[in-house]
Design a protein around this ligand. Structure first.
Ligand code: BES
Ligand code: MN
Ligand code: ZN
Length: 516
């Protein structure tokens, strides 16, 4: 009863603002975040407080992201007033950012369903960066339906413009930066969403080259299996044996620091373009999710794209081992023992624990070849981290409290959050007790912690050398198996691949490079 009464009041308010034009005729629109305590009017003819007062009020302040749509207000425009919730000004900074994201995204979602709306002007004054991020994430929708033709259709030669284009009411560098954060995360979502027949290792590399075209200080190198064999990356190559799809090892070198010889930061991303499990075949139900098993590669590449577009003053190396994990006739078999690039012997107990296999050689190669001061690997590594943390947090294992603090802080700022997990040698016996130096499984207990320990054996430089107090390299491993996919929608994250932790990584680098 109450709800019906509210609806009829709402429609009265709407018709009051509707006047003569129909809702379909206004191509221009406004998004006005509304702080119920301190709002002021920024668009003539659309004062949020007086518009809001036309609509029914409950006893409590509305939740952030509650929206009211007004047609022909101001003339020929559609305006969405979107609540920042009660007591906005009193909230902590990170909470406010998230409220802005929710408010702007809810308004954009409303506008998406309005035929004819094209240009959206956003009052981004409260937080231009968060507003830009939210608008671009909320607008994203992956589809390969052919009518109307999808912008994601891989056959397209020319890009199709997005349905809505956003602009802040006032120009702002923070807004522009937010656009790059949001668009880069969307790129990672697309790379992960695209099915494995379209996003092969080769296609991945081609797409990356295309995305980086024209950006200064970037070099892209695509290596093949022959190169990997010369390097002795036998553990990486062991995963490629079950597929006829050529594997690749992609490197991106960005030199943004004033000193081009300055030690770089390194990102390594797991790039399994499809994970069937190999001979240790996965069950069929839900297996298509494993098209996104290159989420580590997608997110580090997309982060690098944002970093390069922003020309952040830092040197960065990105490595991604890319292959399918398939059960073809030459596939690696459970029990096979392989010598890794660093000389260690690895028993493949389960071919479905392939992520740590491709990463082991990639981490060792990147650490020894480019001597980064910090190496962060990102991987959709374990089902165990899905059980531990669900979709809310990405799991982080790190040898450095300082690095953990920096990653954690960046995650809180972008609300792309991390939880620290134990990197502890007491789990070691679970993976050190087979015929080989290492075994690629450690049983069900602490499955994501044993995967992290496996990788640690290849992170050269994390132990201080004799006589030195500091290790040569800081290392963090980010397990994103849980955060890769959203199974519940939120205002700026539709159900589907998330592209996390792109924003957190870019923010981490931005803060790191500003501090330098
Ligand atoms: N790609 C999977 C992990 C995964 C699971 C990612 C769910 C996203 C969602 C990984 O390669 C895998 O299969 N891991 C196994 C390891 C096990 C065999 C030791 C797992 O976690 O079950
Ligand atoms: Mn697997
Ligand atoms: Zn996998």
């Amino acid at each position: 009863m109450f709800a019906r009464c509210q609806n009829s009041l709402l429609s009265q308010a709407r018709s009051a603002a509707l006047l003569s034009t129909t809702r379909n005729m206004s191509s221009k629109s406004y998004v006005l975040p509304y702080d119920h305590q301190t709002s002021s009017s920024v668009v003539e003819g659309a004062d949020p407080a007086s518009l809001w007062s036309l609509t029914p009020r409950g006893d409590k302040p509305p939740k952030a992201g509650t929206t009211r749509v007004f047609y022909n207000t101001p003339k020929d425009a559609t305006t969405v007033v979107t609540s920042l919730g009660g007591d906005f000004a009193k909230k902590p900074a990170n909470t406010k950012r998230e409220l802005v994201r929710k408010a702007v995204a809810s308004a954009v979602k409303d506008l998406k369903s309005h035929e004819g709306v094209k240009v959206v002007k956003v009052d981004a004054s409260v937080d231009p960066h968060a507003a830009a991020v939210a608008a671009h994430l909320a607008q994203y929708k992956f589809t390969l339906k052919t009518s109307p033709i999808s912008a994601f259709d891989p056959r397209l030669k020319e890009p199709i413009p997005e349905k809505l284009s956003f602009a802040p009411l006032e120009e702002s560098k923070d807004w522009d930066r937010g656009v790059i954060y949001g668009q880069s995360q969307n790129l990672a979502r697309t790379l992960m969403e695209l099915p494995a027949n379209m996003m092969t290792p080769t296609a991945f590399c081609e797409r990356v080259k295309q995305e980086f075209e024209g950006i200064p200080n970037v070099e892209i190198i695509v290596r093949d299996e022959v190169w990997a064999a010369e390097k002795g990356m036998n553990v990486f190559l062991s995963v490629t044996h079950g597929t006829s799809e050529p594997a690749k090892f992609l490197e991106i070198h960005y030199k943004g620091a004033a000193n081009k010889d300055e030690r770089p930061l390194a990102f390594v991303g797991k790039g399994i373009t499809f994970d069937s499990g190999g001979i240790s075949l996965k069950p069929g139900a839900g297996m298509k999710l494993m098209r996104g098993d290159m989420g580590g590669a997608a997110t580090v590449v997309a982060s690098a794209l944002a970093i390069a577009k922003l020309q952040l003053p830092i040197n960065l190396v990105v490595s991604t081992p890319l292959t399918e994990n398939m059960p073809g006739p030459s596939a690696t078999k459970p029990g096979d023992i392989i010598y890794a690039m660093n000389g260690k012997s690895v028993e493949v107990d389960n071919t479905d624990a392939e992520g740590r296999l491709v990463l082991s050689d990639a981490i060792y190669y990147t650490a020894t070849e480019y001597k980064p001061h910090t190496l962060i690997d990102v991987a959709t590594l374990t089902g165990a981290v899905v059980i531990a943390l669900g979709e809310v947090y990405s799991g982080v294992y790190s040898t450095s409290d300082e690095l953990w603090d920096q990653i954690h802080q960046a995650g809180e700022i972008e609300h792309d959050r991390f939880w620290r997990m134990p990197l502890d040698e007491e789990y070691g016996p679970q993976i050190y007790s087979s015929n080989a130096d290492l075994q690629n499984t450690g049983g069900r207990p602490a499955g994501s912690a044993t995967a992290a320990l496996f990788l640690k054996a290849f992170a050269e430089g994390i132990e201080p050398k004799d006589g030195e107090s500091e290790p040569n390299m800081k290392w963090a491993h980010v397990d994103i198996a849980g955060s890769m996919e959203a199974t519940r929608a939120s205002p700026y994250q539709a159900i589907g691949m998330t592209g996390r932790p792109v924003r957190a990584l870019v923010e981490y680098v931005r803060r790191l490079s500003n501090a330098a």
